[in-house]
Design a protein around this ligand. Structure first.
Ligand SMILES: *Cc1c(COP(=O)(O)O)cnc(C)c1O
Length: 370
């Protein structure tokens, strides 16, 4: 699904030098490499404040803590997503409220969000699934009208651009009150372990979240609130700082591979290619097909037999996960998400796919459907 080894070989000298510098300086936590990466990521994203943290899940948790949400507060998330989005809501004793997604974009359906809002709703967490922005224009308008916070889960979408009706363009994660991203190795900007970051344009909120990520500590050994220990370590920051200048090339390489897939599958009636949205670029964290006129699982087995990995992201929507079963929801309540769970198939997607590999993959997919 990914080829991190070849990607490393291309910039090995820079990465190795960065790691060695951290070891030589012995500044493993909160070192100058973290500060430098933070500054470079602020410049890249346009976010006023970047707060590096331990991973993307922590980023989401610290965001909700930073907003001061209390048990009983409702947080709306899509039911078709990675579990972390709802996990942090549940861990904080907040009430996850799930909504269905759009069949074309696979992102949060705005009308479903509108219907799910109650007087207890405090935040909406849109997920920019697979690397394409949710409809942030409509979601931000709705959130402002209802005085609700927006926390973007941009863990799969760093570098994606959203264009508003007035022509203004912003990056995924910098549109809502807070944005969260992950540097898990296979993410579009991945480190060599765990890492994550929070984005915000609100200085006071940034200071609060920085303190929460550091044991709730504004002044050393003085703890004003309950926090957590969540830091990006200096070695990971050095790796990320070496990779960040290449992120736009990485995105372009993914988009090139996606265009190859799109072209190959355009006329295949059993496959629906990812929807292209006029308001968002797609950075293809995943290239996810909807298999509509064929047996998805058989196709996946056939590909595996030809040495081609293909994954199901995600096989079970949140409302059908054992740990998140809730009497408010039953099977069939979120038909689009349930249909997607039964038909999605993600093909290999990374920065190192060449035409020979793409030809082999697409030929096998099409042959198996014949
Ligand atoms: C990867 C991911 C996360 C969690 O990030 P980690 O760094 O693995 O904790 C959260 N949400 C989504 C949508 C993700 O893809």
């Amino acid at each position: 699904m990914v080829d991190l080894q070849t990607q490393y070989q291309r910039i090995k000298a820079d990465i190795d030098a960065g790691i060695q510098e951290v070891i030589d300086s012995a500044t493993f936590i909160k070192g100058p490499k973290v500060a430098a990466f933070q500054e470079h990521l602020e410049a890249y994203t346009g976010a006023k404040q970047v707060i590096p943290v331990g991973n993307g899940t922590d980023a989401l948790q610290i965001a909700l803590m930073g907003l001061g949400l209390k048990p009983g507060d409702e947080v709306i998330t899509p039911t078709f997503t990675f579990i972390a989005t709802a996990e942090v809501v549940a861990l904080l004793g907040l009430t996850p409220v799930v909504v269905d997604v759009d069949w074309e974009t696979m992102n949060m359906d705005v009308e479903s969000v509108r219907r799910a809002i109650t007087p207890r709703t405090k935040a909406i967490v849109p997920v920019h699934l697979f690397g394409q922005c949710a409809d942030m224009q409509a979601l931000m308008e709705l959130a402002r009208e209802k005085h609700i916070y927006v926390v973007e889960d941009a863990c799969q979408a760093i570098g994606a651009q959203f264009t508003f009706a007035n022509g203004e363009t912003k990056q995924a994660g910098t549109i809502g009150d807070i944005g969260c991203t992950s540097f898990f190795p296979s993410k579009n900007l991945g480190c060599y372990g765990d890492g994550g970051a929070i984005f915000t344009n609100d200085d006071a909120l940034a200071e609060r979240m920085r303190a929460i990520a550091n044991h709730g500590c504004h002044v050393r050994y003085h703890h004003d609130e309950v926090g957590v220990n969540s830091r990006l370590d200096s070695i990971q920051a050095a790796i990320l700082d070496a990779k960040l200048p290449h992120l736009n090339e990485y995105i372009a390489a993914r988009q090139r591979a996606a265009a190859y897939y799109d072209k190959a599958f355009a006329d295949c009636e059993q496959l629906l290619i990812p929807a292209h949205q006029p308001h968002s670029t797609h950075v293809y964290h995943q290239y996810t097909l909807r298999v509509v006129g064929a047996d998805r699982d058989k196709l996946r087995e056939g590909l595996a037999a030809a040495g081609i990995p293909a994954m199901i992201y995600y096989p079970v929507p949140l409302h059908q996960q054992k740990a998140y079963r809730d009497p408010r929801y039953k099977d069939g309540d979120f038909p689009v998400a349930e249909k997607l769970a039964a038909c999605v198939l993600s093909l290999p997607m990374h920065t190192e796919l060449d035409n020979e590999q793409l030809e082999y993959i697409t030929k096998n997919v099409l042959d198996l459907l014949r």
